[in-house]
Design a protein around this ligand. Structure first.
Ligand code: NAD
Length: 403
């Protein structure tokens, strides 16, 4: 099977080097413990990176009061939008410089965290944002960086990547460097429980996709398998609970931890075609990342069915509590049916109205290029396979016929 030089290089690098995991605070009030850690570490001029919705809804009030009470001068940048752009990061960087900030503290979903990562790195660098794009481009240590995720899906709180949208090229641009991994993260159930049901579902399915793509990657390792499997267990069990009762703090915390573990697993093992295709869909139509992944996952699971049969069957045995059993072919379909059932239970639609047949060709080419350059997929797609998936996403028929 073909692999790109980048996937070989990542494999070689990952064999000797494991990304660090940030320190974790978890549970009600965890964000204040994180803020305390920052203050004790000596940072007194933080840039809070968030969006206007979270700020207006008072979700940062306690944090700001705590920091001000501890003698900090707080600069708030609330210009984050979903799928953040270069212009958004530039505006955040200007705020960081104007406030002479000595730390970056993100409170929000993957969009806030990703933008904050690049703001933290650019704040200490003479390079332009364009020069920071790509792999291992951060030479100076970024500003100390802390995160409190308010969604549970992207895993950005543990990954070495940030994704910024280029509005001119309709492409998502990657910034990848271990220096983007935060110092510490807080899973504060008080911040997580306001996430509405459909967002809980889409972001949770995003985390499940990370875990499954890492578990079936040809670049997997013993530690990524362990974390991905644990993430799948947590998400399958607790996502429906968090979706049906958003105030269930235990379920919220378990889904957040599942998302974190999935983030670690994919950061080292890499992703697959769900992400390769969904990145192009989001770049073309601004579709929420988690939703695009959630709709694509059942299709790509079917495409990989034969290549990943042993892996799906092993997951099925884990989820059904029959770990000791031998492989049986029906376990493969049972696993796919389990993922379909979870998606249905949390209200994931079967189709995406956004996608336009006129764009299928371009999306397919871009998706194949992303997968070729970055992912160690279990089975290689051709353009016709991606187009078949896009047609099924448009029509809503999950049972894609691959030619
Ligand atoms: P998001 O950050 O774009 O947030 C989506 C919406 O949810 C926003 O309008 C926000 O205001 C709202 N929201 C967030 N938390 C809330 C809460 N607790 N209560 C109510 N509303 C809330 O969504 P996301 O899915 O977390 O992030 C998607 C972004 O992350 C994309 O840009 C994607 O490319 C990126 N991503 C990054 C990585 C990585 O490793 N860096 C991995 C996957 C995805």
């Amino acid at each position: 099977m073909m692999s790109s030089p980048i996937t070989y290089a990542l494999r070689a690098l990952s064999t000797f080097f494991s990304p660090q995991k940030p320190l974790i605070f978890s549970g009600q009030g965890a964000v204040l413990k994180l803020a305390d850690l920052m203050v004790i570490s000596g940072q007194k001029r933080p840039l809070l990176v968030t969006d206007s919705f979270l700020l207006k809804n008072g979700m940062l009030d306690e944090l700001i009061a705590f920091l001000e009470g501890a003698g900090c001068t707080v600069t708030v940048f609330d210009g984050i939008i979903p799928n953040p752009t270069f212009a958004v990061v530039e505006a955040g960087l200007a705020a960081s410089r104007a406030g002479q900030c000595d730390a970056v503290f993100a409170v929000g979903g993957g969009s806030a965290i990703d933008a904050a990562k690049v703001i933290a790195a650019a704040s200490t660098s003479k390079k332009s944002l364009a020069q920071l794009t790509g792999i291992l481009k951060v030479k100076q240590p970024p500003l100390p960086f802390y995160v409190a995720p308010t969604t549970s899906g992207t895993g950005s709180e543990v990954t070495s990547a940030a994704v910024i949208s280029d509005t001119e090229t309709h492409k998502k641009t990657f910034f990848v460097d271990p220096k983007y991994i935060p110092i510490a993260t807080a899973f504060d159930t008080g911040l997580l429980k306001s996430l509405p049901g459909p967002m809980t579902a889409a972001t949770g399915m995003d985390a499940l996709t990370h875990a499954i793509e890492a578990y079936t990657s040809r670049n997997r390792f013993a530690d990524t398998d362990r974390d991905a499997a644990m993430a799948i267990k947590l998400i399958v069990k607790f996502l429906p609970v968090a979706y049906e009762d958003g105030a269930d703090e235990h379920a919220r915390e378990m889904v957040a931890l599942g998302s974190f573990l999935a983030g670690y697993a994919f950061s080292k093992a890499s992703l697959g075609y769900v992400h390769a295709i969904s990145h192009q869909i989001s770049a073309h139509y601004n579709t929420p990342h988690g939703l695009a992944n959630a709709i694509l996952l059942p299709r790509v699971l079917r495409f990989n069915k034969t290549a990943s049969a042993q892996r799906y069957a092993k997951l099925e045995r884990m989820l059904s509590g029959t770990e000791g059993d031998a492989f049986a072919p029906e376990q493969v379909d049972q696993f796919i049916a389990r993922v379909d059932a979870l998606a249905e239970r949390v209200g994931i639609p079967v189709n995406l109205k956004d996608v336009q047949p006129a764009d299928f060709d371009a999306i397919a080419k871009e998706a194949l290029a992303e997968a070729r350059s970055s992912y160690a997929v279990p089975r290689v797609m051709r353009k016709a396979d991606v187009v078949a998936i896009l047609k099924s996403v448009e029509s809503g028929d999950r049972s894609v016929r691959f030619v």
